[in-house]
Design a protein around this ligand. Structure first.
Ligand code: BT5
Length: 243
C-alpha cells in the first residue's frame, strides 16, 4: 500500500514544480506536495489553472517503474480516485462522471484537473480539485464540491483523495490497466455519445466507442473509426444516438 508523506505549503508557484524538485533530489514514492494556493498553477499545454485558497492543489511523486508508454494509464487511475473522493463528499444523488482523457465532471461542470509529468524515473501526478471556488470566464461549465451540495474541507478532501488513490494504485499494481479501464468506462459518457475533439490541427466530431487497451480514445466518425491519443474533448450529446 502506498504511504503518503504530505508536505504542506501556504503558497507555491506550482505544486508540480516543487514535487519535481523533490523527485530530482531523490524523494521517495508517495511524497506529496500540498499548497493552499498557487501563483502559477498550470494545466496541459501551459494553460493556467485557477488556484486561489479554498481548493486543493496536490502533486505526488510516484515511482512505479513503468515503461514510459504506460504512463498515460496514470491519468485514468487518478481520474477514478478523484471521482471516488468527490462522490464520498457529495450528497448521494449527485455523482461524478468522467470524460476522456482525465476530466472529472459533476453536474456537467469540470470539478478537477489532472496533470501528469515525467521527472526522470519518477512521475509527478498533479491534481487540482475545486472545493470552494470555480473560476469565471472559462469556456465551459465548472463546478465545486460545496457548490454541488457537498460538505468538505480542503484537508479532508485531500485525505479522501489520497486514500482512494492508494487503493487504485494497489489494483493497478496487482492487475494492471484492465480493471482501471473497465471502471473508467462505467463512469464515462455511454458509448454512442457524441463527442467533439479538438486535435492539434483540426476538430472532429464522432460517436464514442470506448477506450483502447492503451487508453486511446476510439471514435466513429464519417471517415471511419479513429484512434485518438491526445486532444480536448467536448461532450456534445450524452444520450446514445438513436438509443
Ligand atoms: C488540466 O489542464 O485540467 C490540468 C490541471 C492540473 C492542475 C493541478 S493543480 C496541482 C498541480 N500543480 C499545477 O501547477 N497543476 C496541477 P487542462 O485540461 O489543460 O485544463 C486547463 C483549463 O481548465 C484552463 O485553460 C481553464 O479553461 C480551465 N480551468 C482553469 N482553472 C480551473 C479550475 N480551477 N477549475 C476548472 N477549470 C479550470
Amino acid at each position: 500500500m502506498t504511504v503518503f508523506d504530505v508536505r504542506h505549503y501556504d503558497r507555491l508557484g506550482s505544486t508540480n514544480d516543487e514535487a519535481r524538485r523533490l523527485a530530482d533530489a531523490g524523494a521517495p514514492h508517495g511524497t506529496a506536495v500540498h499548497a493552499d494556493e498557487q501563483s502559477s498553477g498550470r494545466g496541459r499545454l501551459s494553460r493556467r489553472w485557477f488556484s486561489p485558497p479554498g481548493n486543493l492543489y496536490l502533486s505526488i511523486v510516484l515511482r512505479l517503474d513503468l515503461p514510459p508508454a504506460r504512463n498515460v494509464e496514470l491519468g485514468f487511475l487518478a481520474a477514478l480516485a478523484v471521482a471516488d473522493a468527490v462522490d464520498a463528499l457529495l450528497p448521494r444523488q449527485v455523482r461524478a462522471t468522467l470524460k476522456w482523457p482525465n476530466d472529472v465532471l459533476v453536474r456537467g461542470g469540470k470539478i478537477a484537473g489532472i496533470l501528469t509529468e515525467q521527472a526522470g524515473e519518477a512521475m509527478i501526478l498533479g491534481i487540482g480539485l475545486n472545493v470552494l471556488h470555480a473560476p469565471a470566464g472559462v469556456p465551459y461549465q465548472v463546478s465545486t464540491i460545496v457548490g454541488c451540495g457537498g460538505l468538505a474541507t480542503v484537508d479532508g478532501t485531500r485525505e479522501k483523495l489520497l486514500a482512494a488513490l492508494a487503493s487504485w494504485i494497489d489494483v493497478w499494481r496487482q492487475d494492471g490497466f484492465a480493471p482501471i479501464r473497465t471502471a473508467w468506462l462505467v463512469r464515462a459518457h455511454p458509448p454512442g455519445s457524441t463527442l467533439g475533439v479538438r486535435l492539434a490541427d483540426r476538430f472532429v466530431t464522432g460517436q464514442f466507442v470506448g477506450i483502447d487497451t492503451d487508453g486511446a480514445l476510439l471514435l466513429d466518425t464519417p471517415q471511419g473509426r479513429g484512434r485518438i491519443v491526445a486532444g480536448d474533448v467536448r461532450l456534445e450529446a450524452a444520450v446514445p444516438v438513436g438509443g
